[in-house]
Every structure is written in structure tokens, then in C-alpha cells.
Ligand binder design. Structure first.
Ligand code: AMP
Length: 173
């Protein structure tokens, strides 16, 4: 989809947060109510098509895009957070980064058994974070019914890491 308002607003920031990374800055999208309405509607349509009954957002920009989707659909929302941020009992999943590892966590009561979770994040890069979030849902006996991203960096082939699931990305680079 090349004619999205949101696409015209995403800003490239070279060498952030470190040299060689071209960072996709989505903050101008947040600044535009029309672009947010567009993105929310498209992700909500996809989540509805996959019969989601829970929306999961991945810290932190997945919260910004995921919560409006949950509210639009009248569905519960649950956060996947970085290590050490969630206050209650939690489960954790580790995944590999280019250098080292990262950990994401979820509260033990975030997903009901059999619940169909639709996982939202701002951007799909290598897919490591998304795959770890899917494992957290499945360890709670939930089903991942799909993923929704605003942006996909197609050249990183992140879909491979989540190839067992439907993936919707609104804007590809
Ligand atoms: P990954 O696990 O490699 O798919 O990385 C996905 C996470 O990293 C998302 O939560 C993104 O917000 C962030 N991310 C990775 N690469 C970029 C980038 N080039 N621009 C903006 N965010 C990025």
C-alpha cells in the first residue's frame, strides 16, 4: 500500500541509535490524527478478519499502535514488556540480537487459554521480538491469530521468523 498518509509522514533518521542504522521515526504519524485513524482502522480490520479477541502490544511503540486497535474493536489489551518492567508475576522469553540477547516478559494472567491474540508492533525488522512475543502467548495456551505492523523492513526478512502466522504490514521498505 503505497498511498497511505502514514507512509508520507515516516521520517528516516540515519545513524540512530548507532552508526549504520536507518531509523524509521514514526512520531510524525502520531502527530497526525488522520494518519492515526487510518493506521488504526487498517490494523483493526486485519485483527477483526482474524477473529482476534485480545490485542497484544510490544513495548513501547506497539503500545501506541495496539491500544487504539483494542479500543476500536472493544477488545482487551495486554502489554509485552522489556525485562524488569512488569510488576506482577510474569513469564519471560529470551531472543538473540546481532550482539547479545534481549528478554521480553508478560504477566501470567495476560492471556486466557484458547484466546486469539493479535500482536501489534510499530515495525518488523528481523522478527526476533515478534517471535518471542508469540512464544509468550503460546506458553499461556493462547493462539496467535496474526501480527500487525505499521512498517516492515522487507530486506531483513523478518517474516521468516514468524512464518507460521498471518502477517499484515501496512508499509514496506
Ligand atoms: P526485530 O526484533 O529485529 O524485528 O526488531 C523490532 C523492534 O525493533 C521493533 O520494536 C522496532 O521498534 C525496533 N526497530 C528495529 N529496527 C528499527 C528501525 N530501523 N527503525 C525503527 N525501529 C526499529
Amino acid at each position: 500500500m503505497s498511498d497511505l498518509l502514514a507512509k508520507s509522514l515516516i521520517r528516516d533518521v540515519p545513524d540512530f541509535p548507532k552508526p549504520g542504522i536507518l531509523f524509521k521515526d514514526i512520531t510524525p504519524v502520531l502527530h497526525s490524527p488522520a494518519a492515526m485513524a487510518e493506521v488504526t482502522r487498517l490494523l483493526a480490520d486485519d485483527a477483526r478478519e482474524h477473529h482476534a479477541d485480545l490485542i497484544i502490544g510490544i513495548e513501547s511503540r506497539g503500545f501506541i499502535f495496539g491500544l487504539p486497535v483494542a479500543m476500536e474493536l472493544g477488545l482487551p489489551f495486554a502489554p509485552v514488556r522489556k525485562h524488569g518492567k512488569l510488576p506482577y508475576e510474569r513469564i519471560a522469553e529470551e531472543y538473540a540480537l546481532e550482539y547479545g540477547t534481549n528478554i521480553v516478559e508478560m504477566h501470567i494472567d495476560a492471556v486466557d487459554p484458547g484466546q486469539r491474540a493479535y500482536i501489534v508492533d510499530d515495525l518488523l525488522a528481523t522478527g526476533g521480538t515478534a517471535a518471542a512475543a508469540a512464544r509468550l502467548v503460546e506458553r499461556q495456551n493462547g493462539k496467535v491469530c496474526g501480527f500487525g505492523f505499521v512498517v516492515e523492513l522487507c530486506f531483513l526478512n523478518g517474516r521468516k521468523a514468524i512464518e507460521d502466522y498471518p502477517v499484515c504490514a501496512l508499509i514496506g521498505y
